[in-house]
Design a protein around this ligand. Structure first.
Ligand code: 0GY
Length: 292
């Protein structure tokens, strides 16, 4: 990590390598963020971390460097419920980005439709206590009940609260995408209790999707993240029509072991081992969810 004189964190690799793996034409990075630029889009007073600027120009340069064609930009918690920075990035993408918003639970149907016009296709409910002050499940369900047509809910939680999340997830009336597989302990392996619990969630509804993302956050063995590859590959194979992949750039609030994004891309053929699986994870699935 490095921080500038105002304490703003740089959580991304300054010179990511060119991946060895070449993504197929049309590949989507379905989980990434933008920060600011702060002069135009100030961070929320409730932000739990203060990043340096990582705006759309940087994101799109990385997209091209890594060999992707499209991005799904997820509103980062440091911007609170003001989606202006994410909407600006989508508008600058020339149709190559869609977004996931974070909203005030009292948002109206008309405001949600405006977000749809700006390229949003989902809303994110974040349950990580280190990132948000409160996560009112009843209010979230009300929001989920008035989303524009074909939207989905993205949820972010850690494995230790999966059990208590089950009833809430059951009640969500639209498709659900789980960030980073609900952060299982990948050192337990593919048949460990946390992966088993997550599979049981996936088996409970055919419209629960997941992101096979963030070896850097989930695997304490570090790059090349062998535990992650071993635990996640069977999940991608068994649920191949509901898996998404993304870089998580600019890796919000990563304070150590900042990943080389080229190495993250090189994880793709280790968890999606055939061209067919790669096409589903990188193109067919995200296109169905975000561009159809
Ligand atoms: C992520 C992870 C994190 C942060 C955020 O919105 C956010 O600030 O998502 C995190 O700190 O785990 O993958 O997006």
């Amino acid at each position: 990590m490095s921080a500038d004189t105002q304490g703003r964190i740089t959580s991304w690799h300054g010179n990511p390598s060119k991946p060895t793996f070449t993504p197929p034409p049309g590949a989507v990075d379905a989980h990434c963020h933008v920060f600011g630029p702060q002069a135009l889009f100030p961070f929320s007073p409730k932000a739990k971390y203060l990043p340096a600027d990582a705006g759309p120009d940087m994101l799109f340069a990385l997209r091209d460097h890594l060999g992707f064609e499209r991005n799904v930009i997820v509103q980062a918690s440091c911007h609170g419920t003001d989606n202006a920075a994410t909407l600006d990035a989508i508008a600058r993408s020339g149709g190559k980005a869609r977004g996931v918003a974070v909203v005030d639970p009292d948002i109206s149907k008309a405001e949600l439709e405006k977000l749809h016009d700006g390229g949003m296709r989902g809303v994110r409910f974040n349950f990580l206590k280190r990132l948000v002050d409160n996560a009112p499940k009843d209010k979230f369900l009300e929001v989920a009940g008035r989303l524009p047509a074909r939207w989905h809910v993205v949820i972010y939680f850690e494995a230790d609260i999966l059990d208590e999340m089950r009833a809430f997830i059951d009640a969500i009336p639209v498709p659900v995408v789980v960030d980073h597989m609900g952060r299982p302990d990948v050192s337990q392996g593919p048949d460990g209790p946390e992966m088993k619990a997550f599979r049981s969630l996936l088996d409970s509804r055919p419209d629960i999707w997941f992101k096979a993302t963030c070896p850097d956050r989930l695997d304490a063995t570090n790059d090349p993240w062998d535990d992650f590859a071993r635990a996640v590959r069977p999940l991608v194979e068994d649920y191949q029509d509901r898996v998404l992949w993304g870089t998580d750039w600019p890796h919000p609030n990563m304070q150590s072991n900042i990943p080389d994004d080229g190495h993250l891309v090189d994880m793709i053929p280790r968890i999606a081992v055939t061209e067919d699986l790669q096409r589903k994870m990188l193109i067919d699935n995200p296109m169905r969810l975000y561009w159809s």
